[in-house]
Design a protein around this ligand. Structure first.
Ligand code: KG4
Ligand code: ZN
Length: 287
């Protein structure tokens, strides 16, 4: 199998993703990736093309979809439209096989959802955010401390040198199964505004305290889920976070539930997870 992923480092310069820039970068990258593919595999053997159609930034989605449509015509291959979030759910299937009923914690830059699934393609969202996503929370807290983009990996790295009880942040909407990240973000902002000189030790302590609150928040929401499940999968970009993984593993061990998470390269956006949804759709004859 050939796997190609191109990260857009240009967003670091702007402290976030600018949709127009993302789409232009996508257009450039897709051509290089296609050249690589043509040099590596026999493209005449391609029978299906799985392509992300939604949800996401419309400009980037249009670039991918137009490219895939052109290919499907020239290669006479069938196009399979894929939901990006189902892609994240399938990211665990690349290396593992969850047992159903299963719970998916899908935490990315655009989404925060707990999904209860009886089977692949048979699921309900049982909790979600009422404002920002968890990934966005990491990105915004990193921005407040001028740490760059994406914030998740930087906050996680800073947190390893910080004290998670240095600052006390509360969990917004503690009695609800749904998430609120915006209120937590404001608590962090107010804390930063009160600090005269933000040295590295303080940055590390804020990062560790914020990360702990997010982890506690996830576990508090999971404790409110009434359905029973055999597997809990942590997916989406935030699943790259080792601290959150470790705490969810502990939570699952206590409940006698299997914990799964994709390998690091399949935690953040990648095309392999999209291909896996496509494969399952072909297998189940539900194109
Ligand atoms: O799934 P993803 O790659 O793209 C979207 O579909 O949005 O998720 C990206 C998000 C970003 O907000 C990024 O900061 C976050 O995932 N992320 C992390 C970590 N690595 C990426 N958050 C916390 N800890 C990490 N190590
Ligand atoms: Zn994603």
């Amino acid at each position: 199998m050939l796997e190609k992923t191109q990260n857009q480092i240009i967003h670091n310069e702007y402290g976030g993703v600018f949709p127009e820039i993302a789409a232009r970068e996508h257009l450039k990258a897709i051509q290089y990736i296609w050249q690589d593919i043509k040099n590596t595999i026999d493209i005449s053997r391609i029978g299906y093309i799985a392509v992300t159609t939604h949800p996401g930034l419309i400009g980037s989605l249009l670039v991918g979809l137009s490219f895939a449509k052109g290919l499907s015509i020239s290669l006479n291959a069938e196009l399979i439209p894929i939901n990006h979030l189902e892609g994240h759910m399938f990211s665990v299937k690349i290396e593992n096989n969850p047992s159903f009923p299963a719970l998916f914690c899908l935490f990315s830059g655009g989404h925060t959802q707990i999904i209860y699934a009886q089977d692949w393609f048979d699921y309900q969202i049982v909790a979600q955010t009422t404002d920002d996503s968890i990934g966005e929370g990491f990105d915004k807290v990193a921005k407040m401390m001028s740490l760059g983009y994406p914030g998740g990996p930087i906050i996680e790295q800073k947190a390893t040198n910080g004290l998670s009880d240095a600052f006390h942040f509360t969990i917004p909407m503690i009695n609800s199964v749904d998430f609120s990240i915006s209120g937590l973000k404001t608590q962090v902002l107010r804390t930063i505004q009160k600090i005269e000189h933000l040295d590295n030790t303080t940055v590390c302590n804020i990062a560790a305290s914020f990360q702990k609150t997010i982890s506690d928040m996830i576990i508090s929401k999971l404790n409110k889920i009434t359905q029973s499940y055999k597997t809990l999968s942590l997916v989406g970009g935030v699943s790259a976070n080792q601290y959150i993984r470790k705490n969810l593993l502990k939570f699952c061990d206590n409940k006698n539930v299997q914990f799964l998470s994709p390998s690091l390269k399949h935690s953040t956006d990648n095309a392999t997870m999209i291909a896996f949804v496509g494969l399952e759709k072909i297998k189940r004859n539900c194109l």
